[in-house]
Design a protein. Structure first.
Length: 57
């Protein structure tokens, strides 16, 4: 089952480091890096959702 390879976490940030350059796509811009950190800032994204959207519950 593919579930053994997939892990789900809810964290405010994610950081990793690799021994070789790793390709990453940032908003359509390809880059390579050995170290990356991604953060989520509360309220930083404005979203337009329908009133019945389950995310609003």
């Amino acid at each position: 089952s593919s579930q053994q390879w997939v892990k789900r976490f809810q964290v405010p940030w994610l950081e990793w480091q690799t021994q070789t350059e790793m390709p990453i796509n940032l908003d359509g811009e390809p880059i390579t890096s050995k170290q990356q950190r991604f953060e989520v800032h509360a309220g930083a994204l404005n979203m337009v959702l329908p009133d019945a959207c389950p995310m609003l519950r």
